[in-house]
Ligand binder design. Structure first.
Ligand SMILES: [Zn+2]
Length: 59
């Protein structure tokens, strides 16, 4: 029997509140929606977690 494997990948979208730069990265433990996480790379603003979502892939 052939079995299909499903994996869910979780992503986090960080957005700079100052210039609007968006960064998509892999979700890591401890990510909380709307929490501050890092400094923006293109300005000196703060990046906030705007969205956490999962994508399901079939293998
Ligand atoms: Zn910025």
């Amino acid at each position: 029997m052939f079995k299909k494997k499903k994996i869910t990948l979780e992503y986090t979208i960080e957005k700079c509140s100052k210039c609007g730069t968006e960064v998509k990265r892999k979700y890591s433990d401890g990510d909380v929606l709307f929490s501050r996480c890092s400094k923006c790379t293109s300005c000196d603003g703060m990046m906030m977690i705007e969205k956490i979502f999962g994508e399901t892939l079939e293998q």
